[in-house]
Structures are given as C-alpha cells and as structure tokens.
Design a protein around this ligand. Structure first.
Ligand code: ADP
Ligand code: ZN
Ligand code: ZN
Length: 731
C-alpha cells in the first residue's frame, strides 16, 4: 500500500499539494515536518499537513517527495495550530503563513534541531608540528600557538584579528581542521534562578496587578494600562520572576523602534539567564541560533519584534506585548498579520497568560478590557519620584513663526535650556522642507511617478519622493516657468535643526530621523550622547517619540500636528492621541517636572481639548463610543482590498466585479471602489475597496466565498491586488 503526504508550500494558491512517500524515506512522515518536493520545474520546501493512504490524483501525475528534512515536527502543535488559524483568518495559504512563522534558514533547508558550534582545532599532525618552521609567517605561528592552548570558535578567531589566509594555510598543511561540537542545552536556570539586582518594592497598584497575574493558571489576557513611567516594566519583571522561577520561559514582544539596548539590558540586568534577542536585522544564521535556543529551552527570555511571535518555546510560560498599540505589530507587506491578535491566540493555544501593556491602549484592546474579555490593571501614578507634566497649547494662527517655531515656544525653550535641562522638539517630517515651490509661478514640484510632492533635502542636494524613492539633484530652474526663484515650502527636521543651532548657538542640537540614523549603530550612538548630556536640543520624528528614557528632558514641544489630526483615516484621532501622549511622556520622567507645549492652528478643536484636559484614557473611551456609533472597528470587522494597475480603469473594473460578488445588507457593508489616499504611486494607479461586517464569522464566510470566485474574473489578470484584514491604515 502506498503512503501519501499533503504538503503546504509557499505559493499563493490556497491549497495543499499531494506527494508520494517513497519507500526509501529515512523516517516515517510526521505532520509539521519539512519536506523538499518537486513543484513545476523547481524544488520547494514545505510542511507536511496530512498523511493518507489514498490520493485523488491519477497515478501518472503524482510525484514523490525528494527529501525528508526533519525526523520530528519543526513546529510544536500549538504553533502549528496558530499558523493554521492565522492562514484562515488572514485569507492566505498555509504555506504563505508558514513562510512568516519559520526563520529563513529553515525555509531554505537548514537543520532545525542541531545545537552545535563550529570550532577550529589542531589535527594530530598540528599538535606535533614545529612552530619554529613558521617564523616567516607570524600570523600562522600565532594562530597555531592559540590553538595549542584551546580550540577556537569562529567568533574567538575573529577576535584575534588574524587573516583568513593564515587559517587557510594551516588547514592546507593539514594542521588545523574545523570541527562540529555538539552541545547539550544548559537548562540550569530552570532549577536555580539567579537574580542580579534587587527589585523595587512594588507600589499598591503594581502589587495588585502582579499578584493577580501570577495567580492565573492557563490562558488569560490582561491589559496593563499605565502612563509612561508608571512602572509597567517593573510589573513585567516581577511577573517574569515568578514565571522563570517555575522553570518556564517568557516571550516579550516590543515595537520595532523599542528594541533598544536600554530595553534589553533592563531584562538582562535583573536575571542571570540567557536572553535570546530576535529582530529582522539578524543574519539568517544568528536568527536560527536564537530560534534553536528558545526551542530547546536554553534561552529563558525571548525578546523580539513582531516576527518573534512565532518563536517556539520548550517550556512556554507567558507572553508579554509592550506598547501593544504600536502600529509596527501589524505586518504591512505580504500576509498582513497582527502580532498582538496572534499573541492572544497563541496564549490561548498554549494555555498561558498574555499581558498587553501600554500607556495608550488601542481601541481594540480597550474595548476588550471594558467588555471584561480581558483583565484590566490600571497604573495611574508615576512610579518613583516622577511628577505629572504641565501642558499648554499655543495657537499659531496669529503668530509669526521662525522655521515653524512660535515666540512663546522659543522663550520657554530658553528657560529650560538656561536651567541646564534638555528640550525635545517633535516634528514628524524629515528633510529640509516637504515641498519645493517656485516663487514666480507658484508651482510645487511633484514626483513624476506619484501623486505627491518632492521633499527637499538641502544637505544631500536632492529632491526625493518619500513614497517611491525617486530622487533628483535640486533643480536650478522651475520645471514650469524656468524661473530660478525656487525655495523650500514648509519645515522639515533638517531645516528646524539648522535654525535652532543659529537661535541657540550655545546649545548643541541633535537630529534623530531616518536620514541621520541610516548607518548601523548610529541611532544607539546618538541616544548614548543624549544620555551623556552632549546634546541639549533634540529634534526628531516618530523615532524619538517612543520608548526612550531621557531623564534630563523637561520640555517637549510638538510643532506641526494639524496634519496628523486631520487625515482621511478613521484611526487618525486615535493615532494622534497615542502620539501626543507618548511624546508628552518623554517630558520629566525623572525627578524633574515636565512641560509639554503643542503648537496648532486648531486651538478650539474639541478632540485636542478633550485629549489635553481629560487625558488619553477618557479621550480613547469617547473615541470608542464614536466608532461604535459609526459602525467602525472595533465594533464592526473590516477588510481592505488594494488593487493597482497601469490603467486606473483596470483596477476599478476588478474591484467593481469583486464588489458585485459580496453581499450588501444591514449587517454587511461594501464601500468603493475608490482611489487610495495616494492615488498614484511609482507610476501605478491605486484603487481600494472596503468591506465590513457586523459579525466576524459572517465576514469570514463571505470573504472565503468571494475568494473562490474572484480568480475566475477576467479582470483579475490586469492588476496586482492584495487583501488586508483589520487594516491599520488606509494608505
Ligand atoms: P514604564 O515601563 O511604565 O515606563 P518603568 O517600569 O520603566 O515604567 O518605571 C519607571 C521608573 O520608575 C524606572 O526607573 C523604575 O526603576 C522606577 N520604578 C518602577 N516601579 C517602582 C517602584 N515600585 N518603586 C520605585 N521605583 C520604581
Ligand atoms: Zn515657476
Ligand atoms: Zn514618487
């Protein structure tokens, strides 16, 4: 009798594929193990999803598995189920979802379980060799000497700074060889947890949260809502202590921008355990190593960004998501999964508690807390000595501005700087100016491939499109009238920093944005210099808004926030509330009182007033009511379909046909097709279709039904399209 396997492959088709198990297979197939199989003219690596003794395909068409890669499943059962659940929820193939959940090295066929390191060591001939013969090759001599003491890992070899050719020469002589050293995982932390620093005595609110969370058995989700500096991290640490001391591992997810050495060190300092750090900047190998350490239980703490969500744990104990509202938890390319939602699902499947922490919880999470689906632990006081911040609003309608700065803000800055403190200015626009204008004819220079203006980058001598990456040298003449009267329109961080340096020559200015932190390590360097007090004025975009702890910053100014407040996106007020609160949280974190000043031409805006007077918590609750009345998420459940084509009509026709398949009734709404907010990008026209349902289940069923028909539409061939469930921004 023949045996067959069904295999999930990283291809967009929403189906699995059948293959024959050859009698020569080295081990019996297992669900969740990887195989290599022929697919068209390629060989692909996929995961076994089913094992059967029958196959519907005609015998002539069925091909055999080419290679079995794992004697055991690479994904634990809960992780496999999570991936399956996510594939269905996000309407992608299981193979595509697996592509997200397995490290690249494993997708390329690397060994999943081996815990070995490569060592350099002497061969018997090398041990006998006479070092005196190497007098004229000192590098070789040194290496031979080192190796006669002990074998070296690659890292240790690199640290010696000897040339690779010296190593090669010794290998060629047959004196040195590479050797795989298999290691047993060190699990000693499970029986004997050592701590490196004594924790703070928790305040009442912290203690309540910690006690309740530590008593939880099995799955349970908690929202820890506390302003910046209220001691959330201290709560995580206390919960970790309990978890680790029971021999269980913890998975901590942080926003992309929050994974700083500061954050990691906070966990390293408290516990003497191995911490695996996982983020997208790792090499394939380093990532696989961290994955293996987590999987075998050697790494007690796993800390990482979005994709670390799928890291396996031998002894799963708890999942913590810090800054749970952060948009970087939603994947924007490929499968648009949300790490927060999947983390909650994973906690459920692993039967372990989940903590979501934030000063500014998303409306989704807040809604779940208010409906008692989550436990809710507020931390209302700033821990330690930090005091509440003073807030002010500067109406700039009647004010002359200097590079975007009003006189009251400049005066306030001077006071704080003269008192020896640091000042942080937030402007979410990098570059010198957001547009290049002709003073003769008023023409604004526009990207030829997008519906967007070029940003002027004076220091680079370029105009750049921030949407498609298009760039040109700054033109000498207007493209429309030929005039040379060209100038920047509006203010970007580059210009602001330059002006500030002239206004305050005695106080060094640092600019933190994507342009100044492009080089690896430069963000860390800037941050460290800020900590050392080398800079007094900090200018930055989003990058400066989150996570960092600046004890000497006492004044925070927000420059041009009107754009953030008035966007077509229904999430704009929520995002603005979060941003404002996070930026404001940078002020006065230590013993010094903080001030926040906000410049706006919308002084009477009720949203702004609401936010400043009542704080994010109340503001968010009234936003939530508005969403419910408007039948928007989280009340209803949304899918956004994006289509792009060289001809706008092609994208429109496709989306219209898709809309025709979908139901329209009191509990299912279809909006569009309509142009995307950025109508043309990189030469393509972009259209979108929104649909939403009152019930999540209905959305699932109707979308699946639509997807079965959509590939037969003739218009599908003329555009590229993608589907985004629970879209976080409508761009
Ligand atoms: P969050 O994560 O909410 O921003 P942290 O946990 O970083 O807050 O706490 C802010 C500061 O207050 C840190 O320096 C921390 O060491 C200190 N802190 C936290 N909890 C306590 C406490 N119970 N007693 C004294 N200091 C505390
Ligand atoms: Zn002109
Ligand atoms: Zn462009």
């Amino acid at each position: 009798m023949s045996l067959f396997v069904e295999v999930a492959l990283p291809v967009p088709m929403r189906q699995n594929f059948s293959y024959l198990v050859p009698t020569t297979a080295p081990f019996p197939p297992q669900i969740g193990a990887r195989v290599k199989v022929p697919f068209g003219r390629q060989q692909l690596i996929g995961l076994i999803t089913n094992i059967t003794d029958q196959c519907a395909l005609p015998a002539a068409q069925i091909k055999a598995v080419s290679e079995f890669l794992d004697p055991e499943p690479v994904l634990s059962e809960p992780l496999y189920k999570l991936t399956q659940w996510a594939a269905r929820y996000y309407f992608c193939s299981l193979g595509q979802m697996l592509n997200q959940s397995l490290p690249a090295a494993l997708r390329k066929g690397a060994d999943a379980s081996r815990q070995s390191i490569t060592q350099l060591r002497l061969t018997p001939a090398g041990t006998e060799a006479d070092i005196g013969t190497l007098k004229r090759a000192p590098a070789q001599g040194k290496l031979l000497q080192e190796l006669s003491r002990q074998p070296l890992t690659d890292e240790e070899f690199n640290a010696l700074e000897l040339s690779k050719s010296a190593l090669k020469a010794l290998c060629d002589k047959g004196w040195v060889e590479k050797h795989e050293l298999v290691q047993q995982p060190d699990l000693s932390w499970r029986t004997q947890l050592e701590m490196d620093e004594t924790p703070h005595k928790l305040n009442q609110e912290q203690a309540v949260a910690v006690t309740a969370i530590n008593q939880q058995d099995g799955f349970c989700c908690s929202l820890l809502e506390g302003v910046t500096g209220s001691g959330k991290t201290e709560v995580y640490l206390a919960v970790l202590e309990h978890c680790l001391s029971q021999g269980k591992q913890a998975l901590i997810l942080v926003p992309e921008i929050g994974l700083t050495p500061q954050t990691i060190n906070r966990f390293r300092r408290r516990f003497k355990v191995k911490v695996a750090v996982i983020h997208s900047g790792l090499t394939d190998n380093a990532r696989l190593n961290a994955w293996r350490q987590a999987r075998c239980g050697e790494a007690a703490i796993i800390i990482g960004t979005r994709s670390a969500l799928f890291t396996p744990m031998a002894f799963p104990g708890i999942i913590i998501l810090d800054e749970e509202h952060d948009a970087s938890f939603k994947q924007q390319e490929g499968v648009g999964y949300h790490a927060r939602d999947l983390a909650v699902m994973r906690g459920h499947l692993e039967q372990i508690p989940v903590i979501l922490g934030s000063a500014t919880p998303s409306l989704e999470t807040l809604n779940n807390a208010i409906n008692s689906r989550y436990h809710h632990f507020p931390l209302t006081k700033r821990a330690g000595a930090a005091q509440q911040v003073r807030q002010g609003l500067i109406d700039i309608r009647s004010q002359p501005l200097t590079a975007g700065l009003s006189q009251p803000l400049i005066n306030e800055m001077r006071m704080h700087l003269n008192a020896g403190n640091q000042v942080l200015l937030f402007l979410n626009r990098r570059g010198f100016a957001p547009a290049l204008i002709c003073h003769e004819c008023g023409y604004l220079h526009e990207c030829d491939r997008c519906d967007a203006f070029f940003t002027l980058h004076q220091s680079l001598g370029e105009i750049c499109c921030h949407h498609c990456g298009n760039q040109y040298p700054i033109p000498r003449q207007c493209h429309q009238c030929g005039s040379t009267m060209l100038a920047g329109q509006g203010i970007g961080t580059e210009q602001l920093a330059g002006t500030l340096q002239k206004l305050f020559p005695d106080y060094p200015v640092v600019r933190i944005d994507r342009d100044t932190t492009r080089l690896k390590g430069s963000l860390e360097e800037h941050l460290a210099a800020i900590q050392r007090g080398e800079y007094k004025i900090l200018v930055g975009t989003q990058m400066l808004a989150k996570g960092h702890h600046f004890p000497d910053v006492t004044l925070v100014g927000l420059l041009d926030v009107d754009g953030a407040l008035f966007s077509a996106d229904f999430r704009a007020p929520e995002r603005f509330g979060q941003l404002y609160t996070q930026v404001a949280g940078r002020a006065g974190r230590a013993a010094k009182p903080g001030t926040v000043l906000l410049q706006t031409s919308q002084g009477e805006n009720p949203l702004l007033r609401d936010l400043m007077q009542r704080g994010y918590g109340e503001f968010a609750r009234s936003q939530l009511l508005e969403r419910q009345q408007a039948l928007l998420p989280p009340a209803w459940h949304m899918v956004l379909v994006r289509a792009e084509a060289h001809q706008a009509e092609d994208a429109d026709a496709f989306l219209r046909a898709m809309a025709d398949i979908l139901p329209k009734d009191a509990e299912f709404e279809v909006i569009g097709p309509m142009p995307a907010p950025l109508d043309r990008k990189a030469g393509k026209y972009r259209r979108q279709l929104l649909f939403q349902a009152k019930a999540r289940h209905r959305l699932q069923i109707e979308t699946e039904r639509m997807l079965q028909q959509v590939n037969q539409l003739p218009s599908v061939k003329k555009c590229r399209w993608s589907l985004d469930r629970d879209p976080q921004d409508l761009l």
